[in-house]
Design a protein around this ligand. Structure first.
Ligand code: ADP
Length: 463
């Protein structure tokens, strides 16, 4: 689950728990308050009634006095009772139900002892709050009970619960939407940074993620990411410089070696063995020189220092030139090279594209096998122009397809070294094509062989 959803779920769950607890607390509190007020009203009524009844000295009927005293309570829901010490109703006033209401023996005896403990009685579907008091100057031990229905209290409490049940989910939903939005807003810089960081390739370590102005966690994350990129860039630059320096240092002695071997080979008094050894050494030095040249080219491509001089080029004409220059190699291998397709105009550096096509055709000829064929076909549409170099060789094993453009990758090391491959040809081709903003890819052919594709943005011939 994304952080945004997780945050919202947690936040909503905690808020829901708080709302439930708060709702419960408010309901209980309000109910207790209403109850306290009811008890106060009952106590007031009971006191007034007993005072009135005793001051009139029993001249008036209990009912008359009670009627007057009950005025402080909801008339149609309250009552007063005069109970005998045994708990029998001697007289009553208010709602008719008071005729039958009786205190429990416990309540009665508590009242008899002078305790003023509020009670609760349920009769005919109604709950009444009651207060039983002993008549102060009554030696006969009569008990006065005043009661009032709790319907109003219950109704108010229920109304509150209904309101809370309606308002809380609505509030919760609003808070969840707000939380979702807020989480999204605070995570947006992180998402943006992720996108930017994902776009930073090994070849473009000079790029940095944007650092927000506010000095918060996101600012620190961006700054940390950037300082890490800086270190990466420095170490990759050091590595590149090492490769470039080493290749550069190796180039001169290799050239000298090659020259010396060539001079030695010209000598007439060489034994056959010595000549063979020198020829093999010359081949090895040639291979090493190619590797060193390749490494130098890659180092300059990595540094973005390979100067490109783009011009309007016809890939077909270029392919014909490459085919002609490699014709000796092709003849040696007994490979037939065909160039087909229309003129394909692109804007590219002539020498670099020549290098790309040479590397690809060189591979094609090497892998096509004795008496094989290599076909170079150009194509062009309104957007792109390119070439496909197909050979009749064994093709690239599917497992190697994703790696053939990696440096020093060889799907069959034994075979490639024997053929003087450095494992850098396709890597160089890929980097040159990438520097032109083009695409290069390899495909297997259904009837064996491999297809190497290059596509660049096409231009009109007139340019
Ligand atoms: P190499 O100098 O070894 O040819 P490349 O970079 O040119 O190095 O090619 C890398 C690897 O890709 C080769 O070793 C080979 O395994 C494979 N490969 C390239 N071109 C072809 C092809 N036309 N047919 C089969 N395999 C190929």
């Amino acid at each position: 689950m994304p952080i945004r959803a997780r945050l919202t779920v947690w936040y909503s769950a905690i808020l829901a728990a708080i709302l439930v607890a708060l709702g419960l607390f408010v309901t209980l509190r309000v109910n207790a308050d209403l109850m306290r007020r009811t008890d106060q009203a009952l106590a007031l009524t009971a006191d007034e009634l007993s005072t009135d009844f005793s001051t009139t000295g029993g001249e008036n009927e209990f009912r008359d006095v009670a009627d007057a005293s009950l005025a402080g309570l909801p008339r149609d829901r309250s009552f007063a009772q005069l109970l005998s010490p045994a708990g029998a109703v001697e007289d009553w006033s208010g709602v008719g139900v008071a005729r039958t209401i009786a205190l429990s023996p416990n309540q009665l005896s508590a009242a008899g002892r002078g305790e003023r403990r509020p009670g609760r009685i349920s009769r005919s579907g109604q709950t009444y709050r009651t207060l039983a008091v002993r008549f102060p100057n009554d030696s006969a031990g009569q008990v006065l009970v005043v009661g009032t229905s709790l319907a109003e209290v219950n109704e108010s409490t229920w109304r509150l619960i209904v309101w809370l049940l309606a308002a809380c989910p609505l509030g919760l939903a609003l808070a969840a939407v707000g939380g979702w939005w807020l989480a999204g807003a605070s995570l947006r810089p992180v998402e943006q940074m992720t996108r930017e960081a994902a776009e930073i390739e090994a070849s473009r370590l000079s790029r940095r993620v944007p650092v927000p102005a506010a000095k918060d966690e996101i600012h620190r994350l961006a700054a940390t990411l950037n300082s890490m990129l800086e270190r990466l860039e420095a170490s990759s630059e050091a590595q590149r410089r090492f490769v470039a320096d080493a290749s550069h240092e190796l180039r001169t002695p290799l050239t000298a070696m090659r020259a010396e071997i060539d001079v030695s080979l010209r000598s007439r008094d060489l034994t056959d063995d010595a000549r063979e050894a020198l020829t093999s050494a010359a081949d090895q030095v040639g291979g090493m020189t190619r590797t060193v040249e390749g490494l130098l080219t890659l180092a300059s491509l990595d540094a973005g220092k390979l100067a490109l001089f783009p011009e309007t080029l016809d890939l077909r004409a270029l392919a014909e030139g490459v085919a002609a220059s490699l014709s000796i190699l092709a003849d040696e291998q007994g490979v037939r090279v065909r160039v087909e397709g229309p003129a394909a105009w692109v804007m590219a550096d002539h020498d670099r594209m020549l290098q790309v096509l040479t590397n690809l055709l060189d591979n094609g000829i090497k892998y096509a096998g004795r008496n094989g064929t290599v076909r170079i076909e150009t194509w062009m549409n309104g957007v792109e122009a390119g070439v496909v170099i197909s050979d009749s060789g064994p093709g690239i094993p599917p497992g190697s397809l994703p790696h053939v453009f990696d440096r020093f990758y060889r799907s069959d090391p034994a075979r490639s070294t024997g053929q003087g491959g450095s494992g850098l040809g396709l890597a160089i081709a890929k980097d040159i094509v990438a520097a032109h903003g083009g695409r290069i890819w390899a495909e297997g052919d259904t009837d064996g062989g491999s297809n190497l594709h290059v596509a660049l943005r096409s231009v009109a011939r007139s340019r």
